[in-house]
Design a protein around this ligand. Structure first.
Ligand code: M6R
Length: 385
């Protein structure tokens, strides 16, 4: 039931601190002085990790955005070359087979036809190769441990987010992100100190420990953020009454969050929205901007902070109404509206920046009086190709 919430989507957004708390309790073991505790504890066999040289991830929609954050982490934290594919494209134009490859299917429902068909195709073509280096190794990340996905893959990571009723994926997205944080930390921990081609791949153990310590703070951070942005976004919604287009900008690990912000808004409010890597604006999309097109800019401290701020400046110079998803900013003048997010390690920032994305689209759609939980033309599981 929806308890006191107006829609399931809002209830599920508010359940995310709990999703994070469960993840911390399940997967971050207590550190005992003097004992060698692993950084993360995952219910996965060693076979998932051993000898993996490459990872490919197949998914659709929101699950694909989680996969894109995951690929960033697997490459930058663990040093493993990783590619993400639209499941519906992979099936008909798969890349040439690579050896020692882990294939990950991400689907919260575990029933998405495109994702299942792509995984089945990959399994089949690898089974036909005699060389064991090419054998299929399939891992599924899902919220439904009893699904069709679970029956077809060798290994399953159950995100355990609990039932999600709203068609728009929110807490399962957070659960998928957390699965990728766990997976990439586990790969990174196994690879600490390993060198490839003369350069160290991945992070030092100290760096990984610092990230894990910050992850323990996540449930409290989310609690505060959800409460704060629920109010801020509710009072912002009326500004979008006549809006027809919105642009979402992000870079690096927050580029997939810009894509997710745009997908959420399209899906439940029927407003046209696009997510772009902020640096790509000047190569075309900037022509769309004027005072009628709000721009949401995700600007979190880290490698690309200054670049994102200057990309936001470019949008502002075209009269766009600028909404910043950023820490309380030194450059306070830049944004017309600030949706403040605490500064954390850039690698962890998607876990926070996604909250204003979800609440902004929710409140815009609810303000328009739309059926947020059952948007037109959509279903919770897309079981046709
Ligand atoms: O069940 P799945 O995660 O495989 O679903 C994939 C997409 O259909 C899904 O994420 C869709 O984009 C959502 N409605 C997003 O909110």
């Amino acid at each position: 039931d929806k308890r006191s919430f107006r829609h399931f989507m809002l209830k599920e957004i508010h359940e995310q601190p709990e999703t994070a708390a469960l993840w911390v309790a399940r997967h971050l073991p207590e550190v005992v002085e003097g004992e060698a505790t692993p950084l993360v504890a995952l219910p996965l066999a060693a076979e998932v990790f051993e000898g993996v040289e490459r990872i490919q991830i197949l998914a659709c929609g929101t699950s694909r955005h989680a996969a894109q954050v995951g690929a960033y982490l697997l490459e930058q934290l663990a040093g493993i070359p990783t590619s993400v594919f639209y499941a519906s494209e992979f099936r008909y134009a798969p890349p040439p087979l690579s050896p020692h490859t882990l294939t990950i299917g991400v689907t919260q429902s575990g029933e998405t036809a495109d994702t299942l068909a792509a995984l089945a195709m990959e399994q089949e073509r690898r089974r036909l190769v005699a060389d064991p280096a090419y054998r299929p190794r399939l891992l599924g990340i899902t919220n439904r441990a009893e699904s069709s996905l679970a029956r077809m893959v060798d290994h399953i990571f159950d995100i355990g987010a609990g039932i999600e009723v709203g068609v728009a994926a929110t807490k399962t997205f957070l659960g998928q992100l957390l699965a990728f944080y766990g997976l990439s930390l586990a790969f990174a921990e196994r690879r600490v100190g390993q060198r490839q081609g003369g350069v160290s791949s991945g992070r030092s153990r100290e760096e990984l420990k610092a990230l894990v310590a910050q992850l323990r703070q996540l449930p409290q951070q989310l609690e505060a953020l959800v409460a704060d942005h629920d109010q801020r976004c509710a009072s912002l919604a009326h500004r979008f009454e006549g809006t027809q287009d919105v642009i979402f900008l992000g870079r690096g690990i927050n580029y997939p969050i810009a894509l997710e912000g745009a997908l959420k808004l399209k899906e439940i409010s029927y407003i046209h929205a696009e997510g772009y890597p902020a640096g790509e604006m000047k190569h075309g999309p900037i022509a769309l901007l004027d005072a009628k097109v709000p721009v949401v800019s995700i600007a979190m401290p880290g490698a690309v902070f200054d670049k994102v701020l200057s990309n936001a400046q470019e949008a502002k110079a075209r009269d766009a109404q600028l909404i910043g998803v950023a820490p309380e900013c030194p450059d306070a003048e830049l944004f017309d509206v600030l949706l403040p997010v605490p500064a954390v390690d850039e690698l962890l920032s998607p876990l926070l920046t996604v909250i204003p994305m979800q609440l902004l689209s929710y409140h815009i759609a609810a303000h328009r009086g739309l059926d947020v939980d059952q948007p037109r033309n959509l279903a919770k599981s897309v079981t046709v190709e």
